[in-house]
Design a protein around this ligand. Structure first.
Ligand SMILES: [Zn+2]
Length: 61
């Protein structure tokens, strides 16, 4: 159960509040958008871009 931030009504884990149709968004009972490895995938992509740029700089100077 999550509590609507606008009208305070509790409802099941839906996308929107059934009473006022406000989107739930972030909250204490919402799961993190960075769960299931998304954060590590972004960190890996950043490290790959860094390594590629470093290689280009080392080769071309
Ligand atoms: Zn509501």
């Amino acid at each position: 159960m999550i509590t609507c931030g606008l009208c305070g009504q509790e409802f099941a884990d839906l996308d929107r509040c059934p009473a006022c149709a406000m989107a739930a968004g972030f909250g204490p009972n919402r799961q993190s958008p960075f769960a299931s490895g998304t954060l590590w995938a972004m960190a890996g992509a950043l490290a790959a871009i860094y390594a590629a740029t470093l290689a280009v700089v080392v080769i071309t100077r």
